[in-house]
Ligand binder design. Structure first.
Ligand SMILES: *Cc1c(COP(=O)(O)O)cnc(C)c1O
Length: 392
């Protein structure tokens, strides 16, 4: 018999979490998400969304989703491999692979599901995965689920990655080796040195997987992501991304060679055993990617870059004009300090969450500012003034 009821067990666990300043709660909005949100009746300027281009509430995406709901229904009814595969899913995949200049693409119900299905479909227990220490939870979980031997290297440390690769090749000469990284790191806003990584990939004859969740729609003049912006498109075996952030809709994707995508259709469990994404989400994603490539989209991307550079400069952080990510971490270290600053900013009309363990390492708590093309100059100036007053 178990020692206590599940309710009592949960209660005790939550007490522990609360004591460590790590308790989280849901705080529903009284408004749609956007650069201005209403929470508990208070209007806040929102610097916490990943809707980098403001497309999630764009009229064209809303119309595309509404039209798809009317024409095709809300649910897909079955897995893609049963009867859930609709022309709109293939159309979305064609749009993605054309934009990313790869042979093929496959969509999943989320970016999380894409990682969880893809990594175990490509490597197994006789193989090895070498992972950046700061990789997103879905990459870590996908790696664990694969059963491959997992080794971590220090964040963006190419010497250590090379050491790991040499070790992998020496100790397991027969293994397939997959190196996994994010393009733009979700909590730090810095970028993987993809050129060096590609050179190491070639030197050791391994595979490279790059998660572009925070790079798509953000990095490069056309929001094409880091791989394409650096001209490394052909060198990256597995390109992953999400349709839920800059694209403004929902869903995840993998793109790469036709044969790899066909293998995923046959072996990625989160693809096979999950209902096809809703037609409205697919329609909105097509609309999002189309707008991104239009003159309107290019203007939004330029605006996002300007807004980000303006904040970086305003709070005294180093800014380089090439490839600016839209994530700005202001590190406080201490968990309670991060919470306190976030609370003060809220009282002054800003939504900027404190990011704490386990999302980031212990004592690396931070405020995570995310910038949108939809932020106005006056909102940005106000934010800069507040951060300087509170933290400097
Ligand atoms: C958000 C995120 C994902 C997951 O994408 P969803 O579509 O939200 O499931 C994957 N990787 C990274 C780096 C992310 O930040």
């Amino acid at each position: 018999m178990n020692r206590e009821s599940i309710a009592a067990h949960s209660h005790a666990k939550l007490e522990e979490i609360t004591k460590r300043n790590l308790r989280r709660q849901l705080n529903p909005l009284d408004s749609p998400q956007g650069v201005e949100i209403v929470q508990n009746g208070v209007t806040l300027i929102n610097f916490s969304s990943n809707d980098y281009l403001g497309l999630a509430t764009h009229p064209a995406l809303k119309e595309a989703a509404a039209k798809a709901a009317i024409d095709l229904g809300v649910g897909s009814g079955a897995s893609r491999l049963v009867t859930g595969s609709l022309p709109i899913h293939s159309e979305l995949e064609a749009v993605i692979s054309e934009f990313k200049q790869t042979q093929a693409a496959l969509t999943f119900s989320s970016g999380y599901a894409a990682a969880l299905g893809t990594i175990p479909a490509l490597v197994g227990k006789d193989d090895m995965i070498i992972l950046d220490k700061l990789s997103h939870a879905c990459l870590v979980d996908g790696a664990r689920l694969s059963g491959a031997k997992v080794r971590v290297y220090k964040h963006n440390d190419m010497d250590q990655l090379e050491d790991r690769l040499r070790w992998a090749r020496t100790t397991h000469p027969q293994a397939n080796v997959l190196v996994v990284t994010e393009a733009v790191f979700s909590m730090d806003g810095d970028m993987a040195p993809l050129r060096e990584m590609v050179a190491l990939k070639q030197k050791f004859g391994v595979w490279l997987m790059v998660d572009e969740a925070h790079a798509l729609g953000v990095v490069g003049k056309q929001g094409e992501g880091l791989a394409l912006a650096l001209g490394l498109n052909d060198q990256i075996d597995v390109q992953m991304g999400t349709l839920s952030k800059a694209i403004g809709s929902s869903g995840g994707y993998i793109c790469g060679s036709r044969s790899m995508i066909d293998l995923l259709i046959n072996s990625a469990r989160s693809f096979i055993y999950s209902t096809a994404p809703p037609p409205p989400a697919a329609a909105a994603a097509i609309s999002g990617i189309t707008i991104m490539q239009s003159p309107e989209g290019l203007e939004k991307i330029r605006c996002l870059h300007d807004n980000t550079l303006c904040i970086l400069k305003g709070i005294g952080l180093h800014a380089t004009a090439a490839h600016v990510p839209a994530i700005i971490p202001v590190i406080t270290g201490d968990e309670s300090k991060a919470l306190e600053v976030s609370q003060i900013l809220k009282q002054r009309g800003f939504m900027i969450p404190a990011i704490r363990f386990p999302t980031v390492a212990k004592n690396a708590a931070r405020l995570r500012i995310t910038v949108s093309a939809a932020h106005r100059r006056d909102q940005i100036q106000k934010l800069i003034a507040q951060i300087r007053e509170i933290l400097c």
